[in-house]
Design a protein around this ligand. Structure first.
Ligand code: NDP
Length: 336
């Protein structure tokens, strides 16, 4: 079963393996497979689920809501996000304005078939809206009982500090950041993690398996496996390119096999366990196109990787690892 960790300095516990449905529900995978994945997650003790209004242009929230129907609400932690455009993409259909946030939460709650989400997250930083306006809108959502806690995604250390100060002033809890983090993508380590520790903010990290790349199934120079994200023409193939277009990445990943073998883990389990060694990480946010992947990856919960093997992982991956903290600021658009 899965271990729990506190989310930031709050009293909320979440399962350290959290299930997310980006690119899968309402898109790459059929609805019956999506439901089977959610049920596989519940069966192994995952209680925390992450989605966003923009995933499959709102369909992912509906699929997740349907898959969780009938479950005891108090036994689940349901997270969603707002920022990226949904609907016809009108002038106010994106960003973190008061209008877009207050309208979006109601659509998300309806699709998720719930009266509240446990965590409502700013999916990026909005450079076109005053931060005071955004944080006041989040404060009002918490006060209305539509979200219990507030989080953000891909904010820089400086943005986290400013947001946290306003949240404290307005009397609500900003407790999490959701960045990309994996053995291959470590850009949060230099600035975001130290600032977060100081502020009582945890990381809920996305793509811990680097979208499947760290499972080792993409062999250098070989055609991509059928049914994989890299073969998904509905969006996945484009998203995973950032890893596949760097040939040294795929070769380096194969060098991790002896290390995984020593620990009795698969490569995907090693990748998930790796992010959980960082104590500022509250959860590894895993995706799955089939239930077997959930059952496999969840076994990373509770694994300790000895220090000497962490060093060997660094040596094996070498210059395939990205560490530049400037990458975080590039995640949020300059304007909307
Ligand atoms: P992962 O790195 O866990 O990649 C998941 C994909 O990798 C699966 O769908 C599957 O794809 C493949 N895979 C997983 N396990 C295995 C295995 N054991 N063997 C072989 N292949 C495997 O995470 P995601 O990229 O899916 O992201 C996870 C979640 O993070 C999202 O659902 C979302 O909730 C969140 N996220 C947040 C973002 C943000 O901006 N805040 C951005 C992106 C994601 P396949 O079988 O199709 O090859």
């Amino acid at each position: 079963m899965v271990n729990y960790r506190f989310l930031g300095s709050s009293g909320l516990k979440i399962s350290e393996i959290t299930y997310g449905n980006w690119l899968t529900h309402g898109s790459q995978v059929e609805n019956d497979t999506a439901v089977a994945c959610v049920h596989a997650a519940l069966d192994v003790g995952i209680t925390t689920f992450d989605t966003a209004d923009v995933y499959a242009n709102t369909k992912a929230e509906s699929v997740l809501g349907e898959a969780l129907r009938g479950q005891r609400r108090q036994s689940l932690e349901i997270f969603t996000k707002v920022y990226w455009p949904t609907g016809p993409g009108g002038a106010n259909d994106s960003g973190l304005s008061r209008k877009h946030i207050l309208e979006s939460i109601d659509g998300s709650l309806e699709r998720l078939q719930t009266d509240y989400v446990d965590l409502y997250q700013a999916h990026r930083y909005d450079r076109s809206t005053p931060l005071e306006e955004t944080m006041q809108a989040f404060a009002d959502i918490v006060r209305a009982g539509k979200a219990l806690y507030i989080g953000v995604s891909e904010w820089t250390a400086e943005q986290l500090r400013a947001g946290h100060a306003l949240a404290t002033e307005l009397g609500f809890q900003l407790i999490s950041n959701q960045p990309q983090y994996s053995a291959l993508w470590r850009v949060i380590e230099a600035e975001v993690v130290p600032a977060s520790k100081e502020l009582g903010i945890s990381q809920i990290v996305w793509s811990p398996v680097a979208q499947g790349v760290l499972s080792g199934k993409y062999a250098p120079g070989a055609p991509v496996p059928a049914g994989s994200r890299a073969a998904d023409q509905k969006g996945g193939a484009q998203m995973i390119q950032r890893f596949l277009e760097r040939p040294q990445v795929l070769a380096r990943v194969q060098d991790l096999r002896p290390i995984a073998d020593e620990l009795g883990l698969t490569l995907a389990q090693l990748a998930v366990a790796w992010v959980l060694q960082n104590d500022n990480v509250a959860a590894a946010l895993i995706g799955a196109s089939r239930p077997e992947q959930v059952r496999e990856n969840v076994k990373a919960s509770g694994v300790t990787i000895p220090a000497e093997l962490l060093v060997r992982i660094d040596e094996a991956l070498g210059d395939a690892v990205v560490t530049d903290p400037a990458e975080t600021a590039k995640s949020s658009p300059a304007a909307r």
